[in-house]
Design a protein around this ligand. Sequence first.
Ligand code: PLP
Length: 454
Amino acid sequence: MFKQTKFDLPQSKLPTAWYNIQADLPVPLPPQYNPVTKELLAPADLEPLFARKLIEQEVSKERYIDIPGEVLDKYKLWRPTTLHRALALEEYLGTPARIYYKYEGMNAAGSHKPNSAIPQVYYNKKEGISRLTTETGAGQWGSSLAMACAFFGLECKVYMVAASYKQKPHRKTMMETWGAQCVSSPSQDTQIGRNILATDPDCGGSLGLAISEALEDALNRNDTHYTLGSVLNHVILHQSIIGLESMEQLKIAGEEGADIVIGCAGGGSNLGGICVPYVKQKLEGRNIRIIAVEPAAAPSLTKGKYTYDYGDVAGLTPIMKMYTLGHTFMPAPVHAGGLRFHGMAPIISHLRHLDLIEALAVNQNNTFKAGVIFAGTEGIISAPESMHAIHAAIEEANKCKESKEEKVILFNLSGHGHFDMSAYQQYLNGSLEKYEYSCDEVEKSLQELPLVKE
Ligand SMILES: *Cc1c(COP(=O)(O)O)cnc(C)c1O
């Protein structure tokens, strides 16, 4: 019998509005606080850093927000992305489950991140900003922002976490090809970078630290704003296009919907993007499990504390309520994938707190095992981050095999791993370390939480 494995939406059916989960939350998101005064954050406090339109989206309660035409024009370079049925993986596992994945690695930057880079650059340009700064961990966000800045003619400076800068030199070249400047973080270009290098010249860096550098740079110049590739509400809003497309595609595939929705979680943007429309369905009464999969090396949702914290080491970002390991937490540089952020998006944290999503932490050797099975069956060499989702999808499919249940499992394959060959090589050599986070380190960094006037 013929079984279709690719489900494409015609470009004429590309969603023209993003979905905003804030419209449907049963309990609103907790407020945020100003990092300096520790008082309630006013939207104007963010204006030195972000475009006004993005600040509006950050707090908007509109259910659907129109995607500007110029943004749609760029999305059309690769969207809608394909929904695949993982038939070969199903056969390999011998599961009665039907496994679907949305593949976000088929654009020039190689991950879901351009979905937000493009609107962020667009809105900043519209408001007269000519230069953007950002941080990047494994390099995907920096590449995406560099590409989007090239499209709209903005200057771009990327602070790349030192450990990845060494491991993935080609990401830097990619950013430079798109006209951006990329430096290793901590760098000599900011005060916080110089301070850290003075005490620890070999510091491997962290996302929180690179964020501090990018923020300091942006705050010091009038022509410059800062951008963040994950965590914030407006980023999850932009990423909702993934989930919206997937719902239409599941219909084309003849499915009523998904029973289990899975995404890997670093800052929470690709998971948020695929899951928010399903959270809406869940709130309307559909029985759906949503699973966030994080690395055992930085397990904020499973081992962190749900409390107020900064998004960066220096304490420059708004103080947000989230699951956090403490903003001074430095994940081990031996961890191969990205997903090293100390906190989790406020939206994802809130959904976890309300028990609308589940969370799971996985060791990197187990995720690579799943990634290699996936490469051998579906062919795609996935990003180490995305393997966390693959791992959970395989586990759920195996459970279906035991219980003989024909569940529909949907996961987001957030990107390809073509720049991660050294990590694959380490895994294949058996030299990838089985690293888990240290309780002591987390205890220590949780002692430095900010106190807000709640
Ligand atoms: C950045 C990235 C992630 C992690 O970030 P989220 O905000 O949690 O999505 C996951 N996968 C890929 C491919 C990425 O580039």
